[in-house]
Design a protein around this ligand. Structure first.
Ligand SMILES: Cc1ncc(COP(=O)(O)O)c(C=O)c1O
Length: 377
């Protein structure tokens, strides 16, 4: 049995996405910058994908730029947002993804910005009063706060953050990589300047994403060298990836309610069973309704079994992740769990779900977990 419960790291491709990409890989190979028919054909695929994305997000196609994924989109927003808008102070949090926090720390080291971190509580909620204090002290800051944390699933009320940013004339970048296609984003109402996306988090292909730049904001390209993406990102476009991204987003919105109900049921079922059947289990982050349904971060009591937990799950055919998958294999552990003051002697495993998981898989996983901890099965 092979069970994939690491969907916050990446997801399997949806068969309909693959179906949409294959003809592009097989036949539609023209360079979108070429003016002949082959080029015009692939250019039209890119522009159709942009329109699809923009329509689903309630924004204008001119506000979307395709990238190689979430990391590049975040880097573009942060580096170009700060440089091109002449910003000298940034506000972020200690629980951001490394694509954000390492980028900001580098800019701070280079003396380009000073950086303040907003306080978070033990479940990963942003302290909005502290954010307002920081904004009062440093108006016109660059604020970078993620929508849902990739390790815990705790959601930040980005409407409120956006309103505060507008009040203090700050620029607001929100890393929406984990919530894209899992939450609705209505950009006609959301006060945000930059949001980011990686298609592989919602059954699209890897190596493609987008950056949304609100029309009020004017930045220069991060990657120079060509006039692609209306002079905003040099380099021949990943046409089949872009087609796959738009298709994956379209499917996610089409099946939104059904998939959400299914994923929510799996998460609640697993959490309830763990609490009822495994003594000492707790959860990292906020698992109450209103947080990200795809992620369940479980904290196990310290024991010999716990030390080898991920390894033993892997042997049993279960793929999950300790802390953030993006830094799996790192020796330093999770900066997010540290910021939440999670007990370092308690091992944590992030289980993350998708529409393709089943209740039987959760049952199997719980049986194996109980075996690892010698709980009577
Ligand atoms: C919150 C968050 N931001 C950014 C990224 C980076 O995205 P990508 O792997 O597409 O570069 C990830 C990936 O795990 C993520 O979870």
């Amino acid at each position: 049995m092979k069970i994939y419960l690491d969907n916050a790291a990446t997801t399997r491709i949806h068969p309909e996405v693959l179906e949409a990409m294959i003809p592009v890989l097989q036949h539609q190979f023209g360079n979108p910058s070429s003016i002949h028919a082959f080029g015009r054909e692939t250019r039209s695929l890119i522009e159709a994908a942009r329109k699809t994305v923009a329509k689903l997000m309630h924004a204008s196609p001119a506000e979307f730029f395709f990238t190689s994924g979430g990391t590049e989109a975040n880097n573009t927003a942060i580096r170009c947002g700060i440089k091109d808008l002449g910003i000298t102070h940034a506000i972020s949090s200690p629980i951001e993804h490394h694509a954000v926090i390492h980028t900001l720390e580098e800019l701070e080291k280079q003396g380009i910005i000073t950086l303040s971190l907003v306080k978070t509580d033990s479940k990963g909620h942003i302290d909005l009063n502290h954010l307002e204090l920081l904004l009062k002290e440093h108006p016109r800051s660059f604020v970078s706060l993620m929508h849902a944390n990739n390790e815990t699933g705790t959601i930040t009320p980005i409407e409120k953050v956006g309103e505060l940013c507008r009040k203090y004339k700050a620029v607001f970048h929100c890393d929406t990589v984990q919530t894209m296609a899992h939450c609705h984003h209505d950009l006609s109402a959301l006060p945000v300047d930059f949001i980011t996306c990686a298609a592989h988090k919602f059954h699209g292909p890897k190596g493609v994403g987008f950056l949304y730049v609100n029309h009020r904001i004017k930045i220069q390209p991060f990657i120079t060298g060509g006039a692609q993406e209306r002079n905003m990102r040099g380099g021949t476009e990943n046409v089949y990836g872009i087609v796959g991204l738009a298709k994956a987003l379209e499917i996610a919105y089409r099946d939104f309610d059904k998939d959400l109900a299914h994923i929510r049921e799996l998460k609640t079922y697993m959490a309830d069973r763990l609490v009822a059947e495994m003594p000492g289990v707790t959860f990292n982050g906020d698992i109450s309704a209103g947080n990200l349904d795809t992620v369940l971060n479980v904290s196990f009591p310290p024991s010999e079994a716990a030390e080898m937990l991920l390894f033993n799950l892997d042997i049993a055919g279960i793929a999950a992740s300790g802390g953030s998958a993006c830094s799996s294999g790192s020796e330093t552990g999770s900066h997010v769990l540290r910021a939440l003051n999670s007990d370092p002697t308690r091992p944590s495993v992030r289980f993350s779900f998708s529409r393709f998981n089943t209740k039987d898989e959760i049952d199997y996983c719980i049986t194996r977990l109980k075996e690892c901890f010698l709980v009577k099965v």
